[in-house]
Structure formats: structure tokens, C-alpha cells
Design a protein around this ligand. Sequence first.
Ligand code: AMP
Length: 611
Amino acid sequence: MSSFKELGLSEPILKALEGLKFEKPTDIQAGAIPILLENEKDFIGLAHTGTGKTAAFALPLLDLVDTSEYITQALILSPTRELCQQIADQIDLFNKHNRKLKTSVVYGGTAISTQLRDLKRPPHILIATPGRLLDLISRKSAKLGDLKYLVLDEADEMLNMGFKEDIDKILKSAPKKRATWLFSATMPSGIRRIVEKYMRPGAAEVKVSVGNETNKNISHEYVVVNNSYKQSTLTRFVDSDPKMRAIVFCRTKAGTQSLAEDLTRKGYNVGALHGDLSQAQRTKVMNQFKANRLTLCICTDVAARGIDVNDLSHVFHYQLPDDSSYYTHRSGRTARAGKSGISLSIINKSEIRKIRNLERQIKATFKEVTPPDASEILELNLSKWADRLLAAELPKGADINVVSKIATKLAEMEPDALLEKVVALEVQKLHRTEAPAERSDRGDRGGRDRGDRNDRGRGGNDRGDRSSRSSSRDKDRGDRRDRDSRGKRDDFKPAERREPSIKNSKDKTKFYINVGQRDEISRSDLLNFLVEQTGFSKSDFGDVDMDRGHSFFEVDNAKSKQVMGKFRGFSIDGRELKVNPDGQSFEDAPKSKKRKDSKKSESKDKGRRRR
Ligand code: AMP
């Protein structure tokens, strides 16, 4: 099927699609639309985000719904408010030439009063999250008595998010004669149960196979680095591509937030999207990202589903997902609408087997790549700077005497020497491109040359990924993983301690930290990490003495009281970071507040997992 016209859609819709530059139907659209327009059978569409599935159900609905009367004929259930809003936005675009249609969007986390008012005049198409819909049904505001079409969008995700009971209630109460259209990326047993229980036998099924529609324009790549170089590896890739616009996936909300904060501190234009942010914060980030004002959007899997941006050059997997269907979902964020893109996993060497498994599961070949070279990045940035220099002009009204005064000051310098100084200044500015991020030698934990590393971000990226500082408010799958992992990650065993070789000086206090050579870092790496973490300057620190499992460092007495608080609640590679004044053993140290707090919030969150 090569055109929308051949699928049987009406003229006003074809006109809208033309305006939107939708030239050809995608596979799921070509498969689903003719069946759905027949309006006879139930339907199962197995398709991921990014395949054009929204249009696959929305376009036929627009042609099937009778707009002469204000009764709700179609219900679209979707897991999140962002997705609901996105569906409504797309319907608006498709419906551009048929103004009579009314759609309403209802979701939780926002005032119900506006929705109650809106539903007084029933919409033709109602788009809803399950929980809020039930609420509105119980208030007799949403009325499903005349429903003809019930669409379950991202059905697997709705089950993942704990909406099973709500969906059961809605499906039970909807009129039996309706058609049910189920769209899901995967077909777990919970979905099969819905199909068997609530759909008529013989439902038509269209599957967009992974490796075909979703992945055909995606280049799957991976880079192997030690965990502590993940962040600098990511920034290398970002620095090397001036047109980069990408989503970076983390598994937890805390990891997402921490990475976003680290990168912001380093001057990158990034935003975070995760379930601990308010709706207003998420909307703001989403809008900035859509408007191309952010280079990177750091997201959890579920939060990312609300992003509808078509021209992402890259998707980064800062942490691999557990499930290959999540990998496919994530990757499908790039290479959309016929474009190409790169899905790049930043992994450590123990994760190579996960890449092999993914290759088998999604039937794609993954290419190992190395991080871009620092000198290439510098050259690129300097060349961009030179272009800007050539194009620069004094603003109107600027005092021209300034130029002659500077010319007098620099008159002694040879042109070459002057240029060198100007470039040197720019190079200093550009020095945020940090530590070499090359692959570690497999099996050789200590064999790298680290002498000249200047990784300001080390440690910062991973510590938050594993730690869980979140208050777990919403229902996303990442939250649960986050909660489940609490208390299990602390695989730290107090290291054997040997006497430190640094001497106590009178004006400095000595501290113990459970980070050492086994973490594959050098003394200067550790010092940089301490500087980064405390916000103190290098000169506030004295000697740093490293052993295999731990180290000692000295801090000016004046600042020593602040030290412990700066490290509370962080972990590196899943190991809680411990910093104690020397002489106070690790076991004597006050228990981390974070752990107690997270336990508290964990139990508080039980019972409100779904809202
Ligand atoms: P979806 O999978 O529904 O989230 O759609 C992914 C993106 O692809 C959306 O931004 C759509 O606007 C866009 N899209 C859907 N179908 C087409 C098409 N046939 N041609 C071009 N873009 C499309």
C-alpha cells in the first residue's frame, strides 16, 4: 500500500496529512487503517512508539466518529498525561479540516474541576488515563454508554504502571458492542489475558516487527569504558557533534537528576525528565527540548514517552535497560519519520554480554566505537570559533577608540604570537572536553595511562544512578526498580586499613574515604573528585594517600566540619560512599541519613504506587 488515499481515508484527512508532509503511510498505518475503517473487528496492533501508531488509530477514528451529535463514541486510554496530550495534539492536526469534532483530554495530577466543566458537553473522542477516567465515571461526568470504539494505547505500559485493575473496571463497564483496538509494544501474559477476556475472538492482528520499521535507519553502537569515565565519554560525543540533539536514558530518577545536574554544572544545555518532577517542570523541559533549546534531555524510560520530537540525531543508553523491549523503545526515539539516527550504549566491559543478548533479541548488529578524539573536538570547536571571529562586528554605537587603545597596547606583538595568545585563551575556555574516555583494556584493571587525566566529573555520574534519594511519587516502572533496589546495593565491606603515610599537620584534618586504587583511579583523579564534590579549591586539600580499598585525604581545619555532609547519600558503582574523620572507624560513623529516609519514603509510597 503506497499512499494514504489507497487506505480509504477521507479527503479532509488526506488534505491535513499533506499539510503535515506525511507522504507515505508507515507499516503499522498501512496494516491497521484499512482494517479499522471496516469497523467490524477488534484489533491488535503490535507496534512501538515511533512507528506512527497514533495516526494508525487516530485517522480511522476521525472518519468513523459521527460528529452530528455530542456523545462520546471513542475512548482512548493511555498511560501518562504527556501521552494523552500528545495524542490529542496529533488528532487536532489530523482534524484540521473538520472543525466540528470535540476531543477532551483527562488525566490525573491536575485540577478535576476544569475537566468536570469540560465534560458537561460530552466530547466525541475522550482521551484519558485510567485512574482519572474512573474518577470521572464515578462522578457521572464521563459517560461511556454510547461508546463504539475503545482504544488501549501502550497497553503493556499501562499494565507495567499498575493500571490493571482500573483497566479491568473500564473494560467491564464499557458497552459490549464496542470495538476494542489494542496497541502494545509487547505481548506479555497480562495483555493476552485482556485479549482473551475482553476482546471478541478473531481479532485482526498487525505486527510491526522489530528490526524492520523501528530499527531500519538506526545504527546501533556501543562504547566500552570504565564506569567512572561514562560521563566524560558522553560529553566527548556531545562535543564532537555540533548538531547533536539527543535523549540520554538512565534507569532511575535519581540517576537522571544527578547526571543532569553534573552536566549543567559543566555548562551543557540539558534538562531532566523523571517522575519526581512536577508536571509544570516536566512541561517546561519538554517545551525547551522541542524548541531546540536543550542539547540533551536526560530521561527515565517512562518519562521519555511524552517526548514527541522527530529529529533526534542520537539516543544514548547511559545505563542499559533490563529488557530488550525497552531498548527498542528507547532507540525508536531516533531515526523517526524516515530519518536516520544512532543508538549508542555507553557500557562497561561486564555489559558486553548484554549487548550480545540484545543483538540476538532485536536481530541487529551492534558496532563497537571509540569516543571521539579530544584533539579533533578541539579542532572542530576552534574552527567554529574562527568562523564566529571572522563574522564578528562591533555593535553599532560602540566606542571605536577602544580598538585603537587595544591596538596600542598590543602593538609590540608579532601577528603570529598574538594569534597564538588569542587561540590559547579560547582553548582554555573550551577545556570542558575532559578526560580521555577510551575503552579500558579488557581484563587489565590497572593498565591504563592516567597520568594526565583531568576528569572533573568523575564519580559524579554514577553515584546518583544507584543511590535513591527520590521520594517516589508516581507510578513509573523506573520508580519501582528504584525502590526495589534500595537496601540491596550496599555491597560495601569495610576495607582493611593500613596506617596512612601522610602525617597529621596541625592546620589540617585527615579523613578516610572508602575509595581506592581498586576503583581504577589515580591520586589526582581522587583529588579532582574531592574538589568537585566539596566545592572547595585544590589548595584547601593537603596530602592524598591511596591504598587499594581506601584513601586518606587532608582538609584545612577551617573547612573540615563541612566535609562529611558533602558526601552523604552518594554511591559509586552501587557502593555507598563513606567518609569519616581518620581515627573514627567506618562502623563508628553515624548511619547515613539517606538510607533511613529512603526507607521511610519507601513505606510511605506503598499503597499510592499507582497515582
Ligand atoms: P508515534 O509512533 O505515533 O508516536 O509517531 C511518531 C512520529 O512520527 C510522530 O511525531 C508523527 O507525527 C510522525 N509520523 C507518523 N506517521 C507518519 C508518516 N506517515 N509520515 C511522517 N511522519 C509520521
